[in-house]
Design a protein around this ligand. Structure first.
Ligand code: ADP
Ligand code: MG
Length: 268
């Protein structure tokens, strides 16, 4: 469904120039859940931003459902974006709008469906995330886990073939993480949605992924089933999955969050 070929991206000038993605090759199978994992600063968000067309690479190609996207203009990219939903880390719901209006938004913007059909569709999406009956509530009345599920209902509003998840477990309690994990599995298994999950939540990735891609300094250091990753003898992978402070992966100095920028990108 998605193929990344020789993707390279550098930031900075002169001596400061660093390859944030260094000749990356990966594929994401149709209907499967693929997790992109790695420590802070390893390049996870940068990969995601290329996949949704927010960044252009220095070189390399990305094929989504057969189409090469890195050379597309904004209009062409908008067409491709209709095929995918994105669950942002922040949720990115509009606080002034009801749950119903939040979920209905993509339908009202991108389809000609009449109002009664939109309402029925919203009910169906809420049913899928286990929150039917919440139509008239405002985001402020909902818990973190519920907000995430509403945001997921909105991400699947247009029946996407692909859903990108940006740190879906961030800030959630363990029970809510389990609920969101189960929803991701349902969407993949029952509806055949191709899922790309950027996460550093190892237990969750091991539980739901069909494949895990591990990044380290912009390179893929391991790629395989959860079982294969668990048994990897690469010291960097061993360090990551065991959460060891000492090893080849240094403590990171900063955590970058592109939630705000991503939010702006889709809604303007
Ligand atoms: P992760 O999501 O795995 O934490 P990122 O993809 O956010 O990592 O970042 C990888 C590296 O690229 C980091 O060193 C980060 O500082 C750098 N980086 C990301 N975006 C930019 C940018 N727009 N300009 C300069 N450096 C960037
Ligand atoms: Mg990140």
């Amino acid at each position: 469904m998605i193929r990344i070929v020789n993707l390279t991206k550098t930031f900075g000038e002169g001596d400061q120039r660093i390859a944030v993605l260094d000749n990356l090759n990966a594929h994401f199978e149709r209907g499967r859940i693929t997790a992109i994992m790695g420590g802070s600063g390893s390049g996870k968000s940068t990969v995601l931003r290329h996949l949704i067309g927010a960044y252009k690479p220095d070189s390399g190609e990305i094929y989504i459902d057969g189409e090469e996207i890195t050379r597309m203009d904004t209009e062409e990219m908008d067409q491709v974006r209709k095929k995918f939903g994105i669950l942002f880390q922040s949720g990115a719901l509009f606080n002034s709008m009801t749950v119903e209006d939040n979920v209905a938004l993509p339908m009202r913007e991108h389809t000609q469906l009449n109002e009664s059909t939109v309402r029925i569709m919203v009910k169906m999406k809420l049913e899928m995330v286990g929150l039917r009956g919440c139509e008239d509530l405002k985001p402020a009345q909902l818990s973190g886990g519920m907000l995430k599920r509403i945001a997921l209902a909105r991400a699947i509003a247009l029946d996407p073939k692909i859903v990108f998840y940006d740190e879906p477990s961030a800030g959630l309690d363990p029970i809510s993480i389990g609920v969101v994990d189960k929803l991701m599995l349902d969407l993949s298994r029952k509806m055949g949605i191709t899922s790309v999950v950027v996460t550093h939540e190892l237990s969750s990735a091991l539980r739901i992924s069909d494949k895990i891609i591990m990044l380290f300094k912009g390179r893929i250091i391991a790629s395989g089933t959860p079982e294969e990753i668990r048994h990897s003898d690469d010291p960097r992978v061993v360090q990551f999955i065991n959460g060891l402070p000492d090893g080849p992966i240094p403590f990171s100095k900063s955590q970058t969050d592109y939630g705000e920028e991503l939010k702006e990108m889709t809604f303007n």
